[in-house]
Design a protein around this ligand. Sequence first.
Ligand SMILES: Cc1cc2nc3c(=O)[nH]c(=O)nc-3n(C[C@H](O)[C@H](O)[C@H](O)COP(=O)(O)OP(=O)(O)OC[C@H]3O[C@@H](n4cnc5c(N)ncnc54)[C@H](O)[C@@H]3O)c2cc1C
Length: 501
Amino acid sequence: MAALIDDVSNKFFDYIIVGGGTAGLTLAARLSEDPDSSVLVLEAGEANLDDPNILRPASFGSHFSNKSYFWDHLTNKQKYAGDRQNGWQRGRGLGGSSGINFLCWTKPPARDIDDFERLGNSGWNWKNYENCLERTEGFVDPSDKTKTTYNMNSDNWKIGPLSLAFPATMDEAELKIQQTFLNSGLNPAPHPILELSGIGREDILESIGVPMIMDLPGVGENVQEHMFIGLSWELKNDVKFDTLDLLRDPVMAAKHLDLHPTGSGLFTTGIVGFAFTTLDKVTSQAGTIYQYIKEMISDMDPETSPPGLMEQYKIMLERFEPGKGSPGCEFISFPGLLSHPNPPADGKRYVTILAATNHTFSRGTIVSPTVTVCAELVSVPLLIILMEIKHSTSSNPTKDPEFDAHYFEQMVDLDIFTEMCKFARKLADVEPLKDMIVKELNPGAEVQTDEQLRGTHSRMLRILCLGLIGLIRRLDKSHLRYHLAYCKFLLYVTFGERRGC
Ligand SMILES: Cc1cc2nc3c(=O)[nH]c(=O)nc-3n(C[C@H](O)[C@H](O)[C@H](O)COP(=O)(O)OP(=O)(O)OC[C@H]3O[C@@H](n4cnc5c(N)ncnc54)[C@H](O)[C@@H]3O)c2cc1C
């Protein structure tokens, strides 16, 4: 039941959960299965219940310019990524980031989950994780047509509380891109309160004048973000593929909005093409990169390295070992343009392949004050905090957080990313994608060597910002939000100016 803060002030609850995001609501649902327990979830954002902007799948990124749905965080200047500031979007409102995410249900490799336990977190292993998944997943039976087309047998599919479905619209052309993945050898496949509550690193708590309750040095540290970059190709005019590019036309967008309640049209589109692979399948440089990581670890001083970092790196080294690694290199097909710096041409359709890294060596920090903890208003025997864990720069709860991602601080992240980008580019030479496209739009024909790739990507972002302004001028108001959001989304990804680029 959704309530306002006045409704719960000065009331007693057995549990209070701060943050009504994915984790907070999952926990609340479990705790409230006990009829004798009362559970309160305190969420800083709005309820956004039954909101079509959230429920409509292909509204990808449209929330990013709207503070009803997200926290518009920015990183501070990124030293190894051209001194730029990047957007760091997080969901706001019931559902948290799952309200603005891209609705993709993918699972990590089992050994990646087991690695949490190897690092000393008892019980955090694949077996337990899988048990939880089995209790959660509720697959929606696809239509007979979908089953026949994709050769599916859903007889043993689970029926859990979280509904998972194939998108109503799946284009034949997307299947072809998945086939390209196969043919190329790929496997398809806010504000913190912990520190202000006195839980965190002693020196930080002291510097902001907060009495320490628990010395927990990891709070606000070891931040890792997965990075991605989009490569786009123009589709031939005769290829039958209704990509999201069609929504750039306001008349077409309105038509598809009307179609959505009937379970058809482009707004039912999902992202369905994923492939995960090991670095040695991506590049012949995998052995050299592996050796580099090995040397990097042996050069580390255990006395001065942050606690646990060497142990993490040693496990990550295994993930990059040629012939034995873990599939952390992710390639995603996107039905439309999701790249920069070159803007789309009028009336053209595009297909994008995103290269995304999942195992990065750079480690950031999140330094932040917090909002006033609503828990002061209620009596609570157990307070559960399920928001991002960040450092505090001040005890002033209204001050903005500082996100420092340290993108590409470890050069090997840039090396891996560049190799993945080169691999994704080569997919254009693999059938059936090869047969569907006219030419590469981004990064573009003028970008050929590794250094150009790194350097041009660095400059691309600046061009993107200019291109964005040009693009917006050409759009009417109703369409502006989509593009603004979309381009901010692209700012997630940057190549650094490291190595003289
Ligand atoms: C753009 C984007 C795309 C993504 N795509 C995918 C995807 O396709 N598939 C996938 O599996 N994952 C995806 N993710 C990741 C996934 O959404 C998150 O990992 C997940 O939602 C995190 O859950 P959480 O509960 O930890 O945090 P969140 O869901 O972010 O919840 C935190 C909540 O705390 C609230 N809050 C913050 N401060 C306070 C306060 N002081 N008092 C009260 N409430 C507060 C926030 O408003 C928010 O609702 C994506 C994330 C983003 C941002």
